[in-house]
Design a protein around this ligand. Sequence first.
Ligand code: DAH
Length: 341
Amino acid sequence: MTEWLNAMNDPFAELQNYQQAALAAIQNADSEATIEAVRIEFLGQKKGRLKNLQALFGKLDKEQKPLFGKQFNEIKTLVSQRLEEKQAALSSPVTALEAIDITLPGVAVSPGKRHPLTQTIEEFKDIVGRFGFSVVEGPEIEDEWHNFNALNIPESHPARDPLENFYLAAAEVSSGGPVLLRSQTSTVQIRIMEQTEPPIRIVSVGRVYRPDTIDATHSCMFHQMEGLMIDTNVTMAQLKTVLSMFARAYLGDGVEVRFRPSFFPFTEPSVEVDMLWDGNWLEIGGAGMVDPAVLEAVGYDPEQVTGFAFGLGIERFCMKRHEINDIRRFYENDIRFLRQF
Ligand code: DAH
């Protein structure tokens, strides 16, 4: 009891009491209302415990005043700081979860769509997958062996003209021979036959590059689907059946397919394939029986195995199905065009 009385009378002890009580009250405050009550009690400007402490100042000896003043200010600053922190913590804005009104109706967000060419490619793979063809990949930068020589395209052939191809000068230096952006997916036939023993039944879909003048039906980059089937007794009749079935699966039973005699260095005999759509014949690609010279180039015995191959233009199919009249639309990334598919 006397100690307490002494402390009451000792101004410095009063300061310590004040600090302890204030910090404890701040710590215990658990709402905006209680912290406000603590503020008024301990830091109130008109009355309250801070004012009482200030009143003690007058009772101090002259020498004590500077020290008391210093401690008073330090404690006041500390208490004010702690109080502000607690005020901020207690008045912290509602959490993100509380801010969401889960009773409001939702707003649909468009998840985006696949590019029309990607959709076509996926459908193509799906159809030929049902015919037993598996999908393989090949590189877009090729050497002359895979793009020309092994495909029986001689040095003098116009398709090898540097002006008809995208040769890559810098890459040639590091790879040790001329390389180009592949001009056809037929390159993949060679790569697969080099690595695999017959029987083979594959397709490969991808980009090809030709320096054509760009217009509504030509682009210097477009997509092809290459097909290859090799076995002991593959026939032209099977080729015609596969392509006819493919066209019907993609375009419906009413579609008519015709085969026109043609020439490709890597097939013999060769055909160009058209389909009748809305009364018009539309060329959809080339095909034929794999030339014995190609089979020999990859180390097969043409007396033992035969095969057919085909190459179809993907853009063609997609344009026809969706009545797109300009191939450039595919590559412009105009969201208004892409949203339609
Ligand atoms: N590679 C040919 C082209 O791009 C298309 C082609 C024709 C592919 C006949 C073949 C084929 O596999 O047998 O024009």
